[in-house]
Design a protein around this ligand. Structure first.
Ligand code: SF4
Length: 347
């Protein structure tokens, strides 16, 4: 069944207010594939496959992110990251529910400890966007919910482990949590003498830049810890003026901004796209950090880019960009002592 494509004016007319608070934008995010397709004026021929994928991992797309997707283009690289597809029901032998074997490194409820000096705290399973390739799409968030007693146990663990100097807040998206709770966590980390750095892995300032409001900036600015915010941006079209402004506010509050991307088929598997992404990140004051080789998570094989192809793309980036704009190509190896840089070899 082919539907008429909505004009950009019609698409905008159906939009929720982009000036709303981040909480409203998150609450009113699109949560079903039919609305997503219809808001973008796309044919409902995509719907049966999208419903199949949605049943496995729900659709979540907030308004500010939607506004950067080109209406009427089923192959838009931002849409590809968020529209469920029939391929998510397929699997091959390599695919895993837990490709990084994080269950084996969960040391207490909510804490994943892979590396000597860092501990990763899963604060929430909520995200402002559900990325179809997410390696945690099957993560047992329910088992890692931080009840008051689990919170106390997590803090006791961080106090006991004097070899730690950095706490990484991850998820889900830690910035989906309210600022009162986040500020309480940060004050608790500040009270542990060996914790020097707070790292936040988040996509929220990208998908809902309104998240970077005065409440967030206040606790961030006031924290005595060194602050590193690792954003997650895969395509240059994800960075608009609102995202650049949000990045500037975070920097002004004393945060160092880095970006990590995942190499994804049909999204950023072109050297022009990757170079433009690095340039736009740097233009917004965000340093390119990691380009992750694809993790073989069940339901996302259609995004797979081989390591050889990823190496080739990075070699091409090196020939076009100054070295500081070329992210490190890395693979996470379960049980490894660090992320593993993929050797680019000689061209
Ligand atoms: S925002 Fe991050 S954790 Fe959430 S679905 Fe996307 S990649 Fe996964």
């Amino acid at each position: 069944m082919i539907q008429r494509t909505a004009t950009p004016l019609e698409v905008r007319a159906q939009a929720t207010d982009i000036n709303a608070s981040w909480q409203t934008l998150l609450a009113q995010a699109i949560r079903d594939p039919e609305t997503l397709l219809s808001r973008l004026g796309l044919s409902l021929e995509w719907l049966p496959g999208a419903v199949q994928g949605h049943r496995l991992f729900p659709t979540v797309v907030p308004e500010p992110y939607l506004s950067r997707i080109k209406p009427g283009d089923p192959h838009d690289p931002l849409l590809r990251q968020v529209l469920p597809r029939h391929e998510e029901t397929l699997s091959d032998d390599e695919d895993r529910n837990d490709p990084l074997e994080e269950a084996a490194t969960t040391v207490t409820t909510g804490i994943i400890r892979k590396y000597q000096s860092r501990a990763l705290l899963v604060l929430t399973g909520t995200c402002a966007v559900n990325c179809r390739y997410c390696f945690r799409r099957h993560f047992p968030y329910g088992d890692n919910r931080l009840s008051p007693s689990a919170r106390e146990e997590a803090l006791r663990y961080l106090q006991r482990e004097s070899g730690l100097n950095e706490v990484i807040l991850s998820g889900g998206d830690p910035l989906a949590m309210n600022d009162r709770l986040l500020a309480e966590w940060v004050r608790a980390f500040e009270a542990i003498p060996h914790i020097k750095r707070l790292r936040i892995h988040t996509r929220l300032p990208v998908v809902i830049p309104q998240r970077v409001d005065e409440r967030l900036l206040t606790w961030l600015r006031e924290s005595s810890l060194q602050k590193v915010i690792v954003l997650h941006i895969n395509h240059p079209n994800e960075i608009d003026q609102a995202v650049a402004d949000a990045a500037a506010r975070l920097r002004d509050a004393g945060a160092t901004l880095l970006n990590q991307s995942v190499i994804l088929r049909g999204v950023n598997d072109q050297v022009d796209t990757l170079c433009e992404l690095s340039e736009r990140c740097f233009g917004a004051g965000i340093m390119p950090y990691y380009l992750h080789a694809f993790d073989p998570v069940l339901g996302a094989a259609h995004f797979r880019v081989s390591d050889d192809e990823a190496r080739h793309l990075c070699r091409q980036m090196l020939s076009r960009l100054p070295g500081f704009l070329v992210p490190r190509l890395v693979r996470e190896v379960p049980g490894g002592e660090s992320k593993w840089p993929l050797d680019l070899g000689l061209a």
